[in-house]
Design a protein around this ligand. Structure first.
Ligand code: ADP
Length: 429
């Protein structure tokens, strides 16, 4: 007898006892009611009735609790060891009888078909015509097949269902197995790749069109105009530099992505590295009369790839110069945070780059590291931007198990802070 059955039986037993007590005492009550003890008799009757209902309700609650706690009844004939094995599968899986009734639904299938799908007909829990039609075909003896389908709500998710017919067992007869693969991440990656190629082509096409246009002009009416020729050659030089930067950034991004799963091995002092990055950008800072302030600080060692981390700090400092205030300041701050959690032995090192620019609207901050995303496309182009700098920063930091934090106040400026896991020992460069 299951726990639920035992609880229910206990409840009924208590109810019978209470009813028997009431039955024995009722005539007594009536007899007493005839006498002068009428008040005592009525009180006794009320107490007995209350006792009766109390005992009955406690029993009922216990029975309900026992039913809820009781394990889900096994579907008759479906081997518990098979059930235990299939529960371990990460992919959703359903086993159907040839009537279409669900014999088994593993836990991973609950988000798709609900937690109570067993014993229900497949059409009651999955309202996807593509799958139901495939189920009908396989039920009628058709070959194994796979169908793709999409759930639009609550969020769009793409799946592929694989349906196969198995001999089953003598007691159960033939069975239909349906396994689901979640293709959402794969589809998203395909979409991103297609978008990326379209964006990259578009970005290259614009400067290329300008160069082609000027070549035609130089061959045509500007042929004998030295002044126009100089001007057009200057513009062509700017546009070809832009194409070169774009190609360099695209190649950089691809290389970093390919390498992203290989943890870096070297040891780098980020304080010295930031100084070197700033020195390389000094001519650009000077051109905008921007002053880069880097405080004195003890070495801060991180495990990392020097060239990649150089790219991170050059991109951030360059952005601070490009989008900061002309004749303003760019301030760098260094620091350490203590270990957070067991996986971090030596805590983190951080480097913050703060500018005095116009700032970035809060709602677009999460988009800054997307490829080709720019807050102000015109400004980015004017300043020679490719829209790939922060995407490169993000991928390099992913490889280094670091992260980027962006804080900004409109009209005051922005702070881009890089966090990197500290190396166990200080670096000596
Ligand atoms: P870009 O080559 O256009 O500079 P990034 O990927 O480096 O591309 O940056 C993406 C966008 O983020 C920039 O176009 C700009 O709109 C914004 N941005 C980046 N850094 C800053 C900053 N320090 N202040 C304001 N906006 C910034």
């Amino acid at each position: 007898m299951s726990e639920g059955d035992r609880g229910a039986a206990g409840s009924w037993r208590r109810s019978y006892i209470a009813a028997a007590v009431a039955a024995v005492t009722a005539p007594l009550v009536v007899a007493l009611a005839g006498s002068s003890a009428l008040v005592i008799a009525s009180t006794l009757a009320l107490v007995l009735a209350a006792l009766f209902f109390y005992v009955a309700s406690v029993g009922q609650k216990e029975a309900q609790r026992a039913t809820l706690n009781a394990p889900r009844p096994e579907v008759v004939g479906f081997d518990p060891s098979a059930r235990a094995i299939l529960e371990c599968l990460d992919d959703p899986l359903l086993v159907l009888e040839t009537s279409g009734r669900i014999l088994f639904a593993n836990r991973s299938s609950h988000p798709l078909v609900g937690a109570e799908a067993e014993r229900k007909h497949i059409s009651a829990v999955l309202r996807t015509p593509e799958v139901l039609e495939a189920v009908s075909r396989v039920l009628l003896g058709g070959a194994s097949e796979s169908v793709a389908f999409t759930f639009l709500v609550p969020v769009q998710r793409h799946y592929r269902a694989y349906l196969a017919r198995s001999e089953g067992s003598p007691s159960l007869g033939p069975l239909i197995l349906i396994q689901f693969h979640d293709l959402t991440a794969v589809r998203r990656a395909e979409e991103l790749r297609a978008d990326f190629v379209a964006n990259a082509s578009h970005e290259l096409r614009t400067p290329l069109a300008a160069v082609v246009g000027f070549i035609d002009t130089l061959r045509g009416h500007a042929r004998n105009d030295p002044e126009a020729r100089e001007r057009f050659l200057g513009i062509m030089s700017v546009e070809t530099s832009r194409m070169r930067r774009l190609i360099d950034d695209l190649l950089s991004l691809t290389r970093i992505e390919l390498n992203e799963h290989n943890p870096p091995a070297g040891e780098v002092d980020v304080v010295a590295l930031v100084r070197d990055a700033a020195a390389a950008l000094a001519p650009l800072a000077e051109a905008d009369s921007v002053r880069i302030r880097i405080p004195d600080h003890e070495p801060l060692a991180v495990t990392g790839d020097r060239d990649e981390l150089m790219q991170v700090f050059q991109n951030l400092l360059h952005n601070a110069i490009k989008y900061g205030r002309t004749a303003g300041e760019v301030r760098v701050t260094f620091g350490r945070t203590g270990p957070q959690g067991k996986r971090e032995a030596a805590g983190q090192v951080f480097v913050a780059v703060e500018d005095e620019g116009e700032g970035i609207p809060r709602d677009v901050i999460p988009r800054l590291t997307e490829r080709f995303y720019r807050v102000d496309i015109k400004r980015s182009r004017e300043r020679g931007g490719t829209g790939l700098g922060l995407a490169i920063v993000k991928h390099i930091l992913n490889r280094h198990q670091g992260r980027l934090q962006v804080e900004s106040t409109l009209g005051q400026g922005s702070t881009f802070t890089v966090f990197l896991p500290a190396a166990a020992e200080p670096a000596s460069r």
